[in-house]
Design a protein around this ligand. Structure first.
Ligand code: ATP
Length: 431
């Protein structure tokens, strides 16, 4: 059975403030070209000339403020225009944030204190598929277009957009986010939690948020420019129970002063009430876009897998990872907490097992590790692992118990930068 014949290149005209919503199939890319006018994809302008290749599986909107003519080449799973978008509301929000950044910069120039010279710390919250990552992207790209270098903080361990899932990370955004390559990866600050959901060990998730916030705070105190530009923080779509508690924790930990709530009145009201005693936090309700594509849990699991694959093979499948072998004795693998406390039977009579959720457990290398991802810690000693960020990841492809050798792939050649590795529950199977 051959693929359906690709449709011929076609033109599409956008009226002012209209967007074309497109879903690219999993096995082909779509080329888009601006013929006339101006248009942007999630805050980043299409170049005036030349084709842009939108990667397989992308779900995008090509939006025009003043009208545009586009040319599309390649198949799509769906393709329809809409004039009903919240873009004007979003860009107005951007304008308010921009004014706050300018105020912070002016205060810094006049020798103002850390409080006055702090730009907006925006946290975007809302249920799954409310368009949080997309709004973050637009706010960052619009700010970068004006010359700001805001810091993007991604707390979404399920569908993280900076590096692989299971991480919380941050990176400065110095220019509008590339339509094809996404968030730049030159210098991300990454903490490895190792699971796609926080419920496995919420205390460790909180510890890593705290470490990340502490590091950013330190960077901000020495850099007035990034301090004034502020942060845009992306969060998980889990907004009930523990998920809600972690959102409140994130607001506090990162000292967010603008909370943007997408598409849920109830969450907006709850957060507004929860922070009302703090005068310096604005909780703003924003309309969600009808263009946001719904993704079920199977789809999410699949994209998680793709994100891991992309890390090793590149977005366009254009990188060749390097395979390497280490002796078991050359590395030490640790697991952070995760309910591995001593069983009751191993304790003195009468003693209750105490679970220290952040306890470090040395793990033996076993064939169970095949297909899992291990992070390479920057820690020098095991007890620093919990407070250290990670250099990168390896994917275990084989474990030979007899010869005590572990085979892995890594995106770069050469020896591991550290012998301390962190185990995870993240897997990826070569199809
Ligand atoms: P989650 O909580 O699961 O991380 P989210 O709230 O961050 O989800 P997004 O990732 O921003 O949601 O959006 C979901 C999908 O919808 C993405 O693939 C995104 O590219 C797409 N999308 C967002 N807005 C539009 C739009 N206006 N038109 C077409 N697709 C869109």
């Amino acid at each position: 059975a051959g693929a359906a014949a690709a449709p011929p290149p076609r033109q599409s005209k956008l009226e002012p403030r209209e967007e074309l919503r497109v879903e690219v199939p999993p096995d082909a890319s779509l080329r888009v070209r601006l013929v006339a006018g101006t248009a942007e994809i999630f805050g980043t302008e299409l170049p005036p000339e030349g084709w842009v290749s939108i990667p397989p599986r992308s779900k995008i909107a090509i939006f025009s403020w003043h009208g545009a003519t586009l040319e599309l080449d390649g198949p799509t799973e769906s393709e329809y225009p809409s004039v009903e978008t919240p873009m004007v509301i979003y860009v107005n929000t951007h304008a308010i944030l921009d004014a706050r950044r300018a105020r912070a910069r002016a205060a810094a120039a006049q020798g103002g204190d850390l409080e006055a010279s702090q730009g907006p710390r925006v946290i975007v919250v809302g249920p799954t598929d409310s368009g949080k990552s997309t709004l973050c992207r637009m706010l960052l790209s619009w700010a970068a277009k004006l010359g700001w270098k805001p810091t993007y903080v991604d707390l979404d361990i399920g569908q993280g957009s900076i590096t692989i899932p299971g991480c919380i990370s941050a990176t400065p955004i110095e220019k509008p986010i590339d339509i094809v390559d996404g968030i730049p990866l030159e210098m991300p600050l990454v903490y490895f939690y190792g699971h796609p959901t926080p419920s496995i060990n919420p205390d460790v998730y909180k510890v890593f948020m705290k470490e990340l916030a502490k590091t950013l705070e330190r960077q901000f105190s020495g850099n007035a420019e990034s301090r004034a530009a502020g942060m845009v923080i992306n969060t998980m779509g889990w907004v009930e129970g523990l998920g809600y508690e972690l959102l409140l924790n994130a607001i506090e930990t990162f000292k967010a002063n603008v909370v943007l709530v997408l598409g849920q009145e109830k969450l907006w009201k709850m957060l507004k009430d929860a922070v009302q005693s703090k005068p310096n936090i604005d909780v703003v309700k924003l309309q969600k876009s009808e263009g946001v594509v719904l993704r079920n849990s199977k789809y999410r699991q699949k994209t998680r897998s793709f994100r891991i694959k992309e890390y090793f093979y590149g977005i366009a499948n254009d990188l060749a990872p390097h395979s390497n072998i280490v002796n078991f004795s050359d590395v030490s693998v640790y697991r952070i907490g995760g309910g591995h406390q001593a069983p009751r039977s191993a304790l003195p009579i009468g003693a209750e097992p105490v679970a220290d959720p952040t306890r470090l457990v040395a793990v033996n290398i076993s064939t169970d590790m095949i297909h899992t991802v291990l992070a390479i810690s920057y820690a020098k000693e095991p007890d620093e692992i919990i407070s250290s960020n990670v250099a990168g990841f390896i994917h275990v492809t084989d474990v030979d118990i007899q010869r005590k050798k572990l085979t892995y792939i890594a995106p770069c050649p050469g020896d591991l930068p550290s012998r301390l590795l962190i185990a995870s529950s993240l897997t990826w199977y070569e199809a």
